[in-house]
Design a protein. Structure first.
Length: 499
């Protein structure tokens, strides 16, 4: 059994293993806090990797010029960022547009908040802070107490107090003013609570990313049947916000602050606070923080939602394209590479050239199978049967419902023109009326489709349109009659053209 002192010591050791306290405990902690706070701001939560290296390098050079070179580390900006990423202060990720960026981890955000509070105004035990504590304890007791009678008594007391306040305001027409010093204390308490939000949002986003890595790792291990893995991880991908303790806490808070109307009300309330005369006693940084409360909440929500969307997309993509055999091959290849590097590194010298692999090795295969296991050689397919396209392959009923009979129509047109040829040239010049030609045809040539065929022949012979509307009676193959109307057309036959 460990003693009380030993338990406290072990707890402190575990606490200082947290990357946040480790950052503040390092020798160059002031430099890390300064560079991270300058590079990453609320307006720019992510910075491109190349831009971060350039800006941090410029900042280090400015500090050296100012005379702080002795307290600075010897490495460059790229090396410092690599160390910070390994320590868990920076997170390196690739965005949708294939741009690699840095962002602060939740530990780094918490460390910056601690350093900011320690370097700013000292927290005071004020009336506002004590009231916040009492209100929180009261709400906790109300939520934990299931006694109906006690809850009813509390609600009656609260209604009575509010009714008395309403009666007093209606009777006097005045509102009790609060001292500026007390308002200032309450504003500082609000700022103290607001400064905790970025780290809370970052922790939620990182917990979602950690869950995403756990899901992908478990899926790649392929220790269970594929169907069970797919069902479980697809469900977790769809409900990623409910899969972690931080996510469930955030979902509960989201029901309070996620409503746009609530955020609009919060913005209006902050505007009332900033218009009060006591706000002039706030420092420029405190006033800016109060104005940006709503925006910081919206940025935190966007950060968590982006992490949720990315996790859902990665898990869904992994489930869809999961190939256990390929994953094992890739893992075996990576292990071979790491083994080769471990064998090569001890004897390798700095700047030692490495012979590149100029071509892939060729597989030594003596014989490739060219056919299947059939013993008999393949036979050509049977020849196609002869088909007489000109033969009468359709029945009489099918032909009756077919297209126009061009040959019969052309012969009927020539015979009709010969019978109706006028003795005088002027009458012959008028041409042959298509409607008359169609009405004079037998019933088997007076189908509606034959009228279209006759008009096509008229166009081929050279037709002339008239101003009148022609009416004809068509006969369908089943005996049904249809009256059709079209623009009058005359045809100049071959004999008339020769004349």
């Amino acid at each position: 059994m460990i003693s009380r002192v030993e338990g406290a010591y072990l707890g402190a050791v575990r606490a200082f293993q947290n990357p946040m306290l480790d950052l503040l405990h390092k020798r160059h902690a002031p430099l890390v806090v300064a560079l991270l706070s300058v590079t990453f701001t609320a307006e720019r939560p992510t910075v491109a990797v190349a831009d971060a290296h350039t800006e941090i390098g410029d900042a280090l050079e400015q500090l050296r010029v100012a005379g702080h070179g002795e307290t600075l580390p010897t490495g460059g900006a790229r090396e410092l960022c690599r160390q910070w990423a390994e320590a868990g202060w920076l997170v390196r990720q690739v965005l949708d547009d294939d741009v690699e960026v840095y962002r602060l981890s939740a530990h780094a955000v918490g460390a910056l908040e601690v350093a900011g509070r320690a370097g700013g105004a000292r927290a005071r035990v004020s009336k506002s802070r004590v009231r916040t504590l009492l209100d929180a304890v009261e709400r906790l007791a109300q939520d934990a107490d299931p006694d109906v009678l006690v809850r009813m008594a509390r609600l009656d007391a609260e209604i009575g107090r509010l009714q008395a306040e309403l009666d007093r305001v209606q009777r006097t027409g005045t509102v009790e003013t609060v001292d500026d010093e007390e308002l200032l204390e309450e504003a500082e308490n609000v700022l103290h609570l607001v400064r905790e939000l970025p780290a809370d949002f970052a922790r939620v986003a990182e917990s979602i990313k950690a869950m995403q890595r756990d899901v992908v790792t478990a899926l790649r291990q392929d220790e269970r049947p594929t169907g069970d893995v797919l069902r479980e991880y697809l469900a977790r991908g769809e409900q990623v916000m409910e899969s972690t303790a931080e996510g469930r806490a955030f979902a509960g808070a989201l029901r309070l602050i996620g409503d746009p109307h609530r955020l609009d009300e919060l913005a209006a309330q902050l505007d009332v606070v900033l218009r009060h005369r006591f706000s002039r006693r706030l420092g420029p940084q405190q006033g800016t923080e109060l104005r940006e409360v709503v925006r910081r909440i919206e940025q935190g929500l966007d950060q968590v939602f982006a992490a949720q969307r990315e996790a859902s997309s990665v898990i869904t993509s992994q489930v869809r394209h999961h190939d256990p055999l390929r994953d094992r091959q890739v893992d075996a290849l990576l292990r071979d590479v790491m083994t080769g590097l471990q064998a090569w590194m001890p004897d390798a010298r700095r700047f030692q050239p490495v012979d590149p692999l100029r071509r892939l090795p060729i597989a030594e295969v003596e014989h490739l199978r060219q056919t299947t296991g059939a013993l008999q050689p393949p036979e050509p397919p049977a020849p196609l049967a002869d088909w007489d396209d000109d033969g009468d392959v359709a029945s009489g009923d099918a032909l009756a419902w077919g297209g126009p009979h061009y040959a019969e129509l052309d012969a009927h047109l020539a015979a009709f023109a010969a019978d109706r040829r006028a003795p005088d040239a002027d009458a012959a010049a008028d041409g042959v009326d298509v409607a008359a030609v169609f009405d004079a045809a037998p019933e088997d040539l007076r189908r509606p489709v034959d009228l279209l065929g006759l008009l096509e022949l008229a166009h081929a012979h050279g037709m002339t349109e008239t101003d009148r509307v022609a009416l004809v009676d068509a006969v369908r193959p089943d005996g049904a009659r249809r009256r059709l109307a079209f623009g009058g057309v005359t045809i100049r036959t071959k004999d008339q053209t020769d004349d």
